[in-house]
Ligand binder design. Structure first.
Ligand code: BG6
Length: 513
């Protein structure tokens, strides 16, 4: 197809950020993630002129669906879930290149049909085109999908195929260290590591990326970012939602697998890592791995333990009574699955020796909030009277990842008047005030980065293993203990008392965001 015959919209697209002509194949195309996040992300990239001129979408799933039905399901998904309204002109141009392939994930013939489809697109186009395979299925079929892509030659199709073909893999990446290692081995039998994009959607969030900018594009923080000035760090990933209809999945997962091992540990790594030598994907991931490996093994047991686990009991969310976890659909009445976990981590390096990092994540907590709080040491007491010292707060710097994206610094200020009286005051930076509120969704950035081959915001194989290496002994311990040590908290609260007690041991207190 000669370039100048394209619609001006399409002509403009491939100039941006160098995305090559691409076929994205989504495995799990009739699933929830595809409808809620992936198709809307692709559509919004089109709205922003960020898709390559030659862009094709193939849905792959077990259910047989004609191309026409896949297209209308996709446009319905955009109307329902996209942050911007469906513009028919823009969608029509993607839709005409959208197709559907059906088949079992373990059937080689189905992958052969997929390969035929890819071949026929290239034949019509008259040239080779990169393929991005997006695996958004349940984890039980990750392995056959990867193997079958290799089997039918889709993983390394062209002479320089490892640069032209990419595989994006959704979470959960394994359920423990052993299964993550196994999956890494399966993948590396078919793909080169630089072709692999392991998703952690938190890395695509604007505010998480901003963390690197705040740390390394400002001079005022870095000199304080160490054991001399930081007293403790608190990372909270709280949700007010319960498990909803995902009880079956969640029973096998729990808060540590679902949120701590991946999202929360990533926030920790970005907060605590050393400055990378460059913004190159490998440089950043090297630093994250170094940091994850420097975390001391958790102390498990019943005195001075570094972990607390709990389940939500019934309670009130927004004034409405909600069920406890064990009453949820798909959850066993005797479930041992934690819906809340808090960890106290110690990092064994010069920068952080002696500084506790507290992590917590839970469902059905008082509010939906994700934040990273750097709590600084208290000022020396010499200048202010005893009474004033009581009002003197420790400084803190809080990154609000979501909602109300931004950051806040807590300082001590003088109350106007003839006396010298102090009060903690806040300096706020709000994304919505400064930049407006319609920021791209995490998946938009991640889909685009996979297309252009930038792995910075994806997890490397050794990184996921380092993180599982910390969490797996904890699961083994909990499994051996059964119900013992499982705490309870009321839905709508900030978690169990045992978690507060863990912080009191270090004379700290959880923030109430
Ligand atoms: C997912 C978890 O990875 O992240 C869910 O599986 C959780 O249980 C979700 O609700 C939270 O994501 P976000 O972007 O809404 O904070």
């Amino acid at each position: 197809m000669p370039n100048d015959s394209r619609h001006p919209f399409l002509q403009g697209l491939s100039k941006h950020r160098g995305a090559q002509p691409t076929i994205i194949t989504i495995f799990g195309a009739s699933g929830d993630l595809c409808a809620r996040k992936l198709v809307p992300a692709i559509y919004n990239l089109a709205v922003d002129n960020l898709l390559p001129a030659d862009f094709y979408l193939i849905g792959f799933g077990r259910k047989p669906i004609p191309d026409e039905e896949f297209r209308s399901l996709a446009s319905e998904a955009i109307s329902k879930f996209s942050r911007r309204e469906l513009n028919r002109d823009i969608w029509d141009r993607i839709e005409k290149n959208a197709f559907y392939c059906s088949g079992g994930y373990d059937e080689v013939e189905a992958f052969q049909k997929l390969r035929d489809k890819v071949d026929s697109i290239e034949k019509d186009l008259g040239r080779e085109i990169q393929s991005v395979f997006y695996v958004s299925t349940p984890p039980s079929v990750f392995e056959p999908i990867i193997k079958n892509l290799g089997e039918v030659g889709l993983a390394k199709r062209h002479q320089d195929g490892d640069r032209h073909t990419k595989v994006v893999i959704e979470k959960p990446f394994g359920k423990d260290l052993e299964s993550a290692r196994h999956l890494n081995r399966v993948i590396s039998g078919v793909f080169q590591e630089r072709q692999v994009y392991r998703i952690d959607h938190y890395l695509g969030k604007e505010t998480v990326q901003d963390l690197l900018v705040q740390r390394f594009a400002n001079t005022i923080f870095e000199p304080l970012w160490n054991r001399n000035y930081v007293d403790n760090v608190q990372i909270t990933v709280a949700e007010s939602l319960g498990v909803g209809t995902r009880g079956g999945y969640y029973e096998q997962s729990g808060a540590t697998r679902d949120m701590i091992q991946n999202h929360t540990m990533q926030l920790l790594a970005l907060t605590a890592m050393e400055p990378p030598a460059s913004l190159d994907a490998e440089a950043i991931r090297d630093e994250k791995v170094k940091l994850l490996k420097a975390i001391k093994p958790l102390r498990l047991g019943y005195s001075n333990s570094d972990v607390v686990r709990a389940q939500y009991a019934e309670g009130l969310i927004d004034g409405q009574k909600v069920d406890g976890y064990r009453e949820e659909e798909g959850v066993s009445e005797e479930s041992n699955t934690e819906t809340y976990a808090a960890l106290r981590l110690a990092i064994n390096n010069w920068r952080w020796e002696g500084v506790p990092f507290y992590l917590r994540s839970g469902k059905r907590m008082a509010r939906r909030v994700t934040e990273i709080a750097i709590q600084f040491k208290r000022p020396p007491s010499s200048l202010f009277s005893e009474n004033e010292m009581i009002n003197l707060a420790s400084n803190s710097l809080v990154f609000q990842i979501q909602p109300d994206e931004g950051s806040t610094i807590l300082l001590n200020g003088k109350i106007p008047g003839l006396q010298t009286r102090t009060q903690p005051v806040k300096m706020h930076f709000r994304y919505s005030t400064t930049f407006g509120s319609n920021t791209p969704e995490a998946y938009e950035r991640l889909v685009l980065d996979a297309m252009i081959g930038d792995g910075t915001l994806f997890i490397r194989g050794d990184e996921t293993e380092a993180s599982w290496g910390l969490i797996t002994p904890l699961h083994e311990f909990w499994q051996s203990e059964g119900q013992r040590g499982m705490e309870s908290y009321a839905a709508g609260s900030w978690g169990p008392n045992a978690s507060d007690r863990m912080l009191w041991q270090g004379e700290h207190e959880w923030r109430r965001p």
